[in-house]
Design a binder for this molecule. Structure first.
Ligand SMILES: [Cu+2]
Length: 139
């Protein structure tokens, strides 16, 4: 008899409050300088826009670096996370709608998403159980 493939319930906290995060995230607001953001109409184009946020993340030897980053972003801005990892993990972006990316062992895995709803967005590693960053997304 064949076992039906175990489809792990990786939904995670998808059913929990969307923006709240899986774990408790540190709150607090920091005064941010208002910077002029050029408005762009096109959101569909996959291009290397200058107006994009990029961060690097490494998961090596059980250590995640960095963690608990606080990043300012704007609605519609593209956010790229480049990951070096020696394990599989799941990157979960608590935006609305949320994004989930499967991380494989390997270097320079680039995951890109945009956030369309302002607010705080936690970016988490579900297997490592770490909060990588909190995006503060402005309208
Ligand atoms: Cu999550």
């Amino acid at each position: 008899m064949g076992l039906s493939p175990l489809r792990a319930a990786i939904i995670g906290c998808a059913t929990v409050a969307l923006v709240a995060g899986c774990g408790s995230s540190s709150g607090g607001t920091s005064p941010s300088t208002a910077e002029p953001v050029p408005s762009t109409d096109s959101t569909a184009a996959v291009s290397a826009e200058p107006d994009s946020l990029r961060m690097n993340l490494s998961i090596v030897g059980g250590t995640v670096e960095p963690t608990n980053q606080r990043l300012d972003a704007s609605v519609g801005q593209s956010v790229s996370i480049s990951i070096d990892s020696d394990i599989t993990d799941e990157l979960h972006v608590h935006s609305v709608p949320e994004h989930t990316f499967e991380i494989e062992p390997g270097k320079d895995q680039l995951f890109t998403f945009t956030v369309d709803v302002p607010g705080q967005v936690d970016v988490e590693l579900h297997h490592s159980d770490r909060t990588v960053a909190t995006l503060v997304v402005r309208p």
